[in-house]
Structure formats: C-alpha cells, structure tokens
Design a protein around this ligand. Structure first.
Ligand SMILES: O=P(O)(O)OC[C@H]1O[C@H](OP(=O)(O)OP(=O)(O)O)[C@H](O)[C@@H]1O
Ligand SMILES: Nc1ncnc2[nH]cnc12
Length: 183
C-alpha cells in the first residue's frame, strides 16, 4: 500500500453532517494512530522539501500558517520539522492586539479570520496548511491575510480536497492535497 492509500484509509466520510447535503470528511482517526499521524506529517514534509523548498527564492520556507482550528493539529508539527515559524490564523475575536481581518464564506456558513499584525515579516516565504479544502473560502481568506502582511505565499497544502466544490479555483497559489474525496 502506498503512503497516500495508507493515509486515505483512515479518513471517514459522514453523509449529511453537520448539515444535509454535506459529505463530512473526518480526519481524527488519523490522529488516533501514531503511525498514521507520523506518515501524514512525513508525507507533508517530504512534499515541501522536494517540491516547494527547491523553488523557493531562498531555498527555504520561513513561516507555516495554519487555520483555526483543525489546521493547528498540523501547522506547529510541520513548522518544527522544517525549522520554520508557526503563525495561527484564528476566528475573529480570539487574538489580542492589532489584527488584520478577512471575511469569508465556507461550505456550511460564514466566518471571519484574523492574523496578528506583524506576525509575518514582509518578504518572508509562507506555506498555508489546513486539514480540508472544500469551497476554498477559508484558504482564500487566509491567503489574503498573508498577502496583506507582505508574505510571499508559495503553496497551500491540505490532507483532503472535496473535489466537487472546486475550492482550488479560488486560490491564486499552487495547491496540494494528499487525498481527493467526492463531495
Ligand atoms: O474550504 P472551506 O469551504 O472554507 O472549508 C474548509 C474549512 O472548514 C473547516 O473548518 P471549520 O470552519 O469548520 O472549523 P474547525 O476547523 O474549527 O472545525 C476546515 O477545517 C477548513 O478550515
Ligand atoms: N466536507 C467537509 N468535511 C470536513 N470538513 C469540512 N469543512 C468544510 N467542509 C468540510
């Protein structure tokens, strides 16, 4: 079994959760199994080291940005492996001090994201990580926040992509998902 098939075997689809019509992709079984979690993180790091860092201007990634809340299961672990900074994008009202803000629509609602002003130094290279890309609204808003701070966004990476929702089309930066699921 390839590592992609192995990772995919832990994802579970729940029909009509949290709303009718949504095929919800549950990532938590991956985190219950330490070998699966290790395979997941190693797969991401290998992708970044072989496909993203060689094409980065300074041959490095400065910042990993992850999205509230399931992205936080991945962002700090990947950042630590790469020796990069970790910066959170949080739902509105959770971060202290001056923040940049971006509103967005997602598969089952609307929301607002924030990032602390100055969290990214202009010119730093950035990768955004999250568990799922569905409509792409969350990742597009996070991309706006990175760009507002002067970050150079290299790639968006996800465990899984709900292909029928075409979220990648909302993003101006290359996107990688390990697994593709039908919505
Ligand atoms: O591509 P989109 O349509 O924007 O949807 C994807 C986003 O939705 C989920 O987060 P959610 O807002 O449900 O929050 P959670 O991570 O706290 O569960 C998921 O973790 C992504 O961040
Ligand atoms: N289909 C889906 N599965 C899991 N998380 C999601 N977030 C938005 N859409 C989702």
């Amino acid at each position: 079994m390839s590592d992609v098939e192995y990772i995919k075997s832990f994802l579970t689809i729940y029909q009509d959760f949290p709303k009718k019509g949504v095929a919800f992709c549950d990532i938590f079984p991956l985190f219950r199994n330490p070998l699966a979690f290790e395979a997941l993180v190693t797969h991401f790091v290998h992708h970044l080291v072989s496909d993203v860092i060689p094409n980065s201007p300074d041959k490095k990634i400065d910042v990993i940005v992850a999205l509230d809340s399931r992205g936080f299961l991945l962002g700090p672990v990947i950042a630590l492996r790469l020796g990069a900074a970790f910066v959170p994008v949080r739902k509105r009202g959770k971060l202290p001090g001056e923040c940049e803000r971006a509103a967005f629509e997602k598969e089952y609602g609307t929301d607002e994201f924030e990032m602390q002003a100055g969290a990214i130094v202009p010119g730093q290279t950035v990768v955004i990580v999250d568990d799922i890309i569905a409509t792409g609204g969350s990742a597009a808003a996070a991309s706006d926040l990175v760009t507002k701070q002067g970050g150079k966004l290299l790639k968006n990476i996800f465990i899984a992509e709900v292909t029928s929702l075409k979220g990648k089309d909302k993003l101006n930066t290359p996107t990688y998902s390990i697994v593709q699921v039908d919505g």
